[in-house]
Design a protein around this ligand. Structure first.
Ligand code: ATP
Length: 309
């Protein structure tokens, strides 16, 4: 028995590693869309979170094409353990900020630091291990729901998978499927809805439990009630462990309680502050807020799809 179990265990861990790297590749593919080679200096050290995940952009300039800069000399700091939102008009470069942090691309000028370590100088593996992303379009495998959630932590017990699903507001729906957690999601998740996909991605993130969490329009496909319930749970998780989190969102209702809101315009910070501060300033954010507020009725239900305006 002993002789047999050793190679089997070994194979098991190889299999798990393979699955994990497939997942990372999928995430990467999803985030980057085109292939740009990211280089790692020799003998890199791992990223060590000495401050708990402070993010600093220092004069960062980046464009997908040299002649069309998206981020222009951009500088800002995200304090460790805080909830931050990045808002601004469509196409202004919000998701690009997350892609640079994940090193799907490197900046053409300027530097990005996490806890004072230049992210191009630490090992890619340690950087990506520290980050969890709920991207705009979640990569799912043509496998069961159970397995799709478990990609967040391949050693998680069935109970942990269910607890994560519960916090992501998806457990009850999964339980109502005839096959429950064994339901297959189909090719690239075609058998489940957009909102279910988003919640599976959040379940996965909860299982992974990384120190840095990025949400890119992570609740955009949910109805207001489900979105609010999910945001309450996410906020609870963030508070429990003081995780650094960055939310990219169109619906200001999901992020108005952030510790800091960064308003991006034409590749630069137009203004930043708390919701209260930005409303008092009466600038871009306050205009966006009043435009969106009129789209809600008294019960907080959305009357018009503000994301599609
Ligand atoms: P949205 O709110 O619509 O999601 P965003 O602010 O997140 O937008 P980004 O996705 O960061 O915007 O994109 C910024 C700009 O870069 C856009 O004009 C977009 O068309 C362009 N862009 C994004 N990805 C690529 C890419 N892979 N190749 C070339 N251009 C890209």
């Amino acid at each position: 028995v002993f002789q047999l179990s050793v190679p089997l265990n070994f194979l098991g861990s190889v299999y798990r590693e393979l699955r994990q790297s497939l997942l990372d590749m999928e995430t990467l593919f999803n985030l980057q869309k085109v292939n740009i080679s990211i280089t790692e200096p020799v003998n890199t050290k791992p990223l060590i979170l000495t401050k708990g995940g402070e993010i600093r952009f220092e004069n960062v300039t980046f464009g997908y094409h040299q002649d069309r800069p998206i981020l222009k000399n951009l500088s800002f700091t995200i304090p460790a353990g805080k909830k931050i939102a990045v808002v601004g008009p469509s196409g202004c470069g919000k998701s690009t900020i997350l892609r640079l942090l994940f090193r799907s691309y490197d900046a053409q000028a300027g530097r990005i630091f996490i806890d004072d370590q230049d992210i191009t100088q630490v090992s890619l593996e340690s950087l990506r291990k520290a980050i969890g992303v709920v991207p705009q379009d979640t990569p799912l495998f043509n496998d069961s729901i159970e397995h799709n959630i478990r990609y967040g932590d391949l050693n998680a017990s069935p109970e942990k998978v269910r607890a994560a699903a519960q916090r992501a507001q998806i457990h009850e729906i999964i339980s109502s499927f005839p096959e429950g957690y064994n339901t297959m999601v189909g090719e690239r998740g075609m058998m489940i809805s957009g909102g279910e996909k988003q919640r599976l991605a959040v379940s996965r993130l909860i299982l992974k439990d990384p120190p840095l969490l990025f949400f890119d329009e992570a609740t955009s496909a949910l109805d207001t009630h489900t979105e609010q319930a999910l945001m309450r749970n996410i906020n609870g998780i963030l508070k429990d462990k003081a995780r650094t989190s960055v939310f990219v969102a169109h619906r200001l209702r999901t992020i108005y309680d952030s510790d800091k809101i960064i308003v991006l315009k034409e590749g630069q910070v137009a203004e930043d502050g708390t919701h209260r501060e930005l409303i008092d300033t009466g600038g871009v954010y306050s205009e966006l807020w009043s435009a969106q507020e009129t789209l809600f009725n008294d019960d907080g239900e959305r009357e018009i799809d503000v994301d599609r305006e």
